[in-house]
Structure formats: structure tokens, C-alpha cells
Design a protein around this ligand. Structure first.
Ligand code: NAP
Length: 434
């Protein structure tokens, strides 16, 4: 018998795990299962639509699709179409590569007001995640936006909001989102960090991009910048020094006549959101750092805002039956092993950190662990799953089907756009049935 493997999640960590399994267990059969009819997870639905070169990594994943033993089963959701228990009963090895789909809790007074939008919903909207809420009205009227967080996702959101219509053309942003941003009377975007520039998680290229926007310019208060980065641990120091140099350059420029000002604010936190029923202002507090932690002072002030996106991190969406840590949705595991025959990789394993390549190392580590556990082949694998899905009349999307969807999205290209994404599952399945 051949070893049967199910990988849940067709994002980067899932592909790296599938590939590593093929190498570690020659001849094994790997089913890559995804809830959407399209693969690539965070590369399609998380990476910013204007970062097309980052998305080139899918060429590698396409090659993995071509390897003997690999199948793609799109439009199959674990917990809806097949249960976790059923999956375990069919496959010798189950690898959970389902990322983190929920936003980290953002719990301040007023967080429930209209115009406060979770990062998963907002990024999902402009990236065309099926069933995302529509923010056209909200964004097209926004004059001032607050993005909370000092990570790369906060920068992605701020940068896209700051782009002109022309700058959004060579991207795969969904056209409705591009239209909303293009007509929005946005004049101020505030990117708010609760700690300082040395604690910010920005990457140098992402930060630098703010100096090259066509009709937007970064504003940095020089008083918020430390003299140097000598207080930072050596491992991180170079990275922080580069960021500091960029921020200093921004702070030395006098504000020009570009329409949108992107204010990079440090040592500040939102403590309340005002408006009824829609947000119109955010109450902010200035922080000091005590032992590396942000501690609020009594110094508060207000920022006008019609839109607030907390880009403060993510958490796992629980799957019924998968053991979770006490009091949370994060999966319980030890070095990637959840329970006998079940493993976890990627963000679902280590949390929402690292870049795409980090998942390669992460998945290989877990596959090494699987090798040590030395699983035996005795379950029915794909046959069992196929029979079950067929009995439940699930419309399974295979690799060839995905390629048809892909071609149709590329055919839908207009005026220099790289692709026009389908934004509903119904549209995708209709194309395949047609
Ligand atoms: P992140 O890098 O962890 O940043 C989260 C930010 O939210 C931090 O500044 C954090 O501040 C802040 N934060 C957390 N809780 C907060 C709260 N209650 N109030 C205020 N601020 C709070 O996360 P991310 O931006 O979501 O990115 C996730 C991962 O994807 C990262 O590894 C990132 O590098 C990666 N990514 C990479 C790219 C790229 O390479 N181009 C693009 C997008 C994402 P503290 O530090 O004070 O906790």
C-alpha cells in the first residue's frame, strides 16, 4: 500500500509540506484540500495586490501540482464537507496547513461602530476573497483613515489606500475596490504604532515604498525617532537601522503638495472610537515604553476618522474536533504534532509570523518529525474521501478545473491589469459547469 496524506490548506505551508512529503516518502499520495475552488491561500488572498513579484512564487507551486501523486481538491471544506474525524479515518497522515483566518481581537469602546473593519474583511475585500463584505460605500466616502499596527499588513493597507487610480492598474486588486479607492476623498491616513520605530515590524522595502507614491507622501515627526538603534539586540539591529534611516529621510522632508498624507505615528494607541452609528473620530493616548511594553500616559488627543482598520495580527479559526489550547483557538501541538497521525504547519503552527519562505523551513521541520514518527500505510486514502464527497454531492475542483478558472481570470484582463479575479464561488463553479 502507498502512504496516503491529506494536506488541509493550499497555501504556501501546504505546498511546501506536500512537496517535502513526496521527497521523504517516495510514492506517497498527497491530496491538497482547500475550501476555495482556487489554490495558493495567502499568496492569492493575503499578499498585497500590488506586490505581483511576490506572487511569482506560485509558479513553483504549479510545478508541485504536476508531480505524480499530487491531487488538488478545491471547494472542499473540512468541517463542512468532510469532518476532521472522517479525514483522519481515511488518511495515514493529515497535515493541517490552514493558516490563521481570524483577526486578533480588537476590543476598545466603539469597536463595533460602522466603519471599523477587521483586517481580514478589509484585505479580503480588495483581494477578492469570496463572500467578503463590500466596503465600496465606506471607502469611496472616506476622508481620513486610521490603521492600527506597525506590521507589514498595516503598511499594505495604508499603501493601497494611498495609491492613485493609475497606480492601481497594474495590480490584481478587485476592480470595485480600486474604483472605491480612486474616488475616495482621502487626505489623511494614520498608521499608528503603540510602540516605537525600533519595535515596529516593518520591512525595509515596504517602508521605503511610501517615499515613491505618486500622490501621497509620508509624514514622520522627527521627535518620535530615536537617535540610533544601539539599544536593539545585534541580530535585529541592521534591519532596524535601515528602517530608521528611511524614517529619518521621511521626517526631514517638508510636506509637499501631494493630496494624501500618510502619517506614521509612534508611541500611540487608540482608546475609544466615537460616532453614531458611524465612526467619525478616534480618541488616542500617548504611550511611554516601560521594559519594552507600551504604557499609556494621561496625554490624549483626537484624530478624525471615517475608517479604522486594526491590522494587529491574526488567530486560528477553530476546526471542530481539532484540539485547541486552553482558552484560545490556536491549535494544541508539540513541535508540529497535534495527535497520532496529525500534524500542523505554517501560521497555524507557529503563529502569524515570517515571510512566505519561512513556511518552507517550517514545513520541512514538521515533515522531518513525521519521518521520525514513521507512519505506516494502511488507510484507504483518496478512495474513501472521493466516495464520501461524491455521496454528499460536493463539487470538487481539480487541478485541471483550477487551470480553467485561471485562464478565464487572465482572459478577463483589461487595460494592463494582470488578472481579474472571480470573487464568488458560484461564478467559479458556473464557469466549470458551463
Ligand atoms: P505583525 O508583524 O505581528 O504586526 C502586528 C502589529 O500590531 C505590531 O506592530 C503589534 O505591536 C501591533 N499590535 C498587536 N496588538 C495590538 C494592540 N492590541 N493594539 C495596538 N497594536 C497592536 O503582523 P502583521 O502585520 O499582521 O503581519 C503578519 C506577518 O505577515 C508578519 O510576519 C509580516 O511580516 C508578514 N507579512 C509580510 C509582508 C511582506 O513581506 N511584504 C506583507 C504582509 C505581511 P507590538 O509589536 O507592540 O505587539
Amino acid at each position: 500500500m502507498t502512504l496516503s496524506v491529506a494536506v488541509v490548506g493550499a497555501g504556501p505551508s501546504g505546498f511546501y509540506a506536500a512537496d517535502a512529503m513526496l521527497k521523504a516518502f517516495p510514492g506517497c499520495e498527497v491530496d491538497i484540500i482547500d475550501r476555495w475552488p482556487v489554490p495558493f491561500g495567502l499568496v492569492r488572498y493575503g499578499v498585497a495586490p500590488d506586490h505581483l513579484s511576490t506572487k511569482n512564487v506560485v509558479k513553483l507551486y504549479e510545478k508541485i501540482f504536476d508531480k505524480p501523486g499530487i491531487r488538488f481538491l478545491g471547494n472542499v471544506e473540512v468541517g463542512r464537507d468532510v469532518s476532521y474525524e472522517e479525514l483522519k479515518s481515511f488518511f495515514d497522515v493529515v497535515i493541517l496547513a490552514c493558516g490563521m483566518e481570524y483577526p486578533k481581537q480588537f476590543d476598545i469602546p466603539g469597536a463595533e461602530l460602522d466603519g471599523v473593519v477587521s483586517v481580514t474583511d478589509f484585505v479580503g475585500w480588495y483581494n477578492g476573497v469570496p463572500e467578503s463584505p463590500d466596503f465600496f460605500q465606506l471607502v469611496s466616502r472616506a476622508r481620513s483613515a486610521v490603521i492600527v499596527g506597525n506590521g507589514n499588513v498595516a503598511l499594505d493597507v495604508a499603501r493601497l489606500l494611498a495609491k492613485t487610480k493609475a497606480e492601481l492598474v497594474p495590480t490584481d486588486i478587485v476592480p470595485m475596490a480600486a474604483d472605491a479607492i480612486s474616488v475616495a476623498p482621502l487626505s489623511d491616513i494614520y498608521v499608528v504604532g503603540r510602540r516605537g520605530p525600533l519595535e515596529a515590524n516593518f520591512s525595509f522595502p515596504e517602508l521605503s515604498e511610501f517615499g515613491n507614491l505618486r500622490d501621497a507622501e509620508p509624514i514622520v515627526d522627527p521627535r518620535s525617532l530615536p537617535v540610533d538603534a544601539t539599544s536593539v539586540a545585534e541580530k535585529e539591529r541592521k534591519k532596524k537601522e535601515r528602517n530608521l534611516r528611511v524614517l529619518r529621510t521621511f521626517s526631514e522632508k517638508t510636506a509637499g503638495d501631494k493630496s494624501v498624507k500618510v502619517h506614521l505615528l509612534f508611541f500611540m494607541s487608540p482608546v475609544g472610537i466615537l460616532g453614531e452609528p458611524e465612526i467619525n473620530a478616534v480618541k488616542m493616548v500617548r504611550n511611554t515604553l516601560v521594559d519594552g511594553k507600551a504604557v499609556a500616559t494621561k496625554d490624549t488627543f483626537m484624530l478624525d476618522a471615517d475608517l479604522l482598520v486594526p491590522a494587529i495580527g491574526y488567530q486560528s479559526a477553530p476546526i471542530t474536533g481539532v484540539p485547541t489550547r486552553e482558552g484560545g483557538s490556536a491549535m494544541r501541538h508539540q513541535d508540529g504534532r497535534v495527535e497520532a497521525g496529525v500534524y500542523v504547519v505554517g501560521w497555524a503552527r507557529r503563529g502569524p509570523t515570517g515571510v512566505i519562505g519561512t513556511n518552507r523551513v517550517d514545513s520541512r521541520e514538521v515533515v522531518d518529525r513525521i519521518v521520525v514518527d514513521s507512519p505506516t500505510a494502511f488507510r484507504q486514502g483518496s478512495v474513501g474521501l472521493d466516495n464520501l464527497l461524491s455521496s454528499r454531492e460536493v463539487h470538487v475542483v481539480a487541478v485541471a478545473d483550477w487551470r480553467r478558472i485561471n485562464e478565464a481570470e487572465m482572459r478577463g484582463v483589461v487595460n494592463g491589469r494582470p488578472r481579474t479575479k472571480f470573487t464568488t464561488v458560484v461564478e467559479m463553479l458556473k464557469l466549470l459547469s458551463g
